[in-house]
Design a binder for this molecule. Structure first.
Ligand SMILES: Cc1cc2nc3c(=O)[nH]c(=O)nc-3n(C[C@H](O)[C@H](O)[C@H](O)COP(=O)(O)O)c2cc1C
Length: 356
């Protein structure tokens, strides 16, 4: 039976063989930003597992843009070689390599999750973080982020631009700009973290300015025939925060600017957020953005079953389904899901004797 989940999706010059994307997931396994064989195997096995699109983890546009010292980076030309090798493998599996470009802002300079996700001071290899306003993530935290001045803002925008130049060289075919989860772009969007009084703070138009300038900087290097995604948090799950209506307004503007898909996530901005969790809990936001901003969306968050993913697509709530934790449990999730939905897809020839 032909399913929506395993139908191709064409965006600009790229055709994904199915609607399954691997959601960006930090591996905290890089040294000085460099990818290594862990990233090759992690991303490569999900490509051989049948996903149409693999979005590489939040990749830092500068050293201070990293969440932890072990994040991937693309701030120097030397990073390109290994990334190129990984992308060539992904393409050899008939999958599309994508990358998420990111700046962690005030959430930077922490240890990896398995080391406690703790703020690192200078002696521990940490660095001065930056943000739209000098407000820390945790109230009473001793390490305040530094408020970015105009030069600082221009430097970050230019870092996104030069990073994109390297992204092209490394052979990625999709770029996603990370404007979600409380990282730097999201910090500018939300009035909870942005109390600036210049043209980057205050009104909705001012708060979205930085994100739009980053999008333009990426577009100045990114081929116009390749897909550009933006990941947003549709709500802060906190009073007086960024909200779904503003997400729709921003998505309309991004669409006009030539962004192809909004990857709709939520939360991550403030420690007092109150999230209502449940299967597919963010899908209604993807549906709202798709319907009201008339732009393609990706749905993500507690989507774990084939029938659930198929239904989201059939109800026209989203165009693409992103899987994170379920794809860590099962790198061959697409192969299994095709069997569950009675669809017949091509398995890697090396694995054909195991085909269900
Ligand atoms: C280990 C891990 C690392 C993650 N790293 C990123 C990241 O780099 N960028 C991002 O936008 N989201 C990141 N996320 C969030 C996921 O992409 C996804 O949005 C979230 O886990 C919800 O989807 P799920 O329920 O399928 O796991 C990460 C999640 C996990 C579990």
């Amino acid at each position: 039976m032909a399913t929506k989940l395993f139908s191709p999706l064409t965006i600009k010059n790229i055709t994904l063989k199915n609607r399954i994307a691997i959601s960006p997931m930090c591996q905290y396994s890089a040294i000085d930003g460099f990818a290594n064989d862990w990233h090759l195997v992690h991303l490569g096995s999900r490509a051989s597992g049948g996903a149409g699109l693999i979005i590489q983890e939040a990749t830092a546009v500068s050293p201070e843009a990293r969440i932890s010292p072990s994040d991937l980076g693309i701030w120097k030309d030397e990073h390109i070689e290994k990334l190129k090798q990984i992308n060539a493998f992904i393409v050899s599996q008939n999958s599309i390599p994508g990358i998420q470009l990111a700046h962690a802002g005030r959430k930077a300079s922490v240890s990896a999750p398995w080391l406690g996700n703790k703020k690192l001071d200078f002696a521990q290899g940490g660095w001065q973080t930056v943000a739209p306003s000098a407000i820390p993530y945790h109230e009473g935290e001793p390490f305040l982020p530094e408020e970015l001045d105009k030069n600082g803002i221009q430097k970050v925008i230019s870092d996104f631009k030069t990073a994109t130049k390297r992204v092209v060289e490394a052979g990625y075919q999709v770029v996603e700009i990370h404007a979600a989860h409380g990282y730097l772009l999201h910090q500018f969007l939300s009035p909870l973290t942005n109390v600036r009084t210049d043209e980057y703070g205050g009104s909705f138009e001012n708060r979205i300015r930085f994100t739009l300038e980053v999008v333009e900087a990426v577009q100045s290097e990114w081929p116009s025939d390749l897909p550009l995604f933006v990941r947003i948090s549709a709500t802060d799950w906190a009073e007086n925060g960024w909200n779904p209506e503003e997400s729709v307004q921003l998505s309309k503007i991004l669409k006009e600017k030539g962004v192809d898909l909004i990857d709709v996530s939520s939360g991550g901005l403030v420690s007092h957020q109150k999230i209502t969790l449940g299967p597919g809990y963010q899908v209604p936001f993807a549906e709202k953005v798709k319907a009201e901003a008339n732009i393609a969306t990706g749905a993500v968050g507690l989507i774990t079953e084939a029938e659930q993913a198929e239904e989201i697509l059939n109800l026209d709530q989203a165009d693409l389904i992103l899987f994170a934790r379920e794809s860590l449990r099962n790198p061959n999730l697409p192969l299994d899901f095709a069997a569950a939905l009675n669809d017949d897809i091509q398995w890697p020839k090396q694995y054909e004797r195991a085909k269900l």
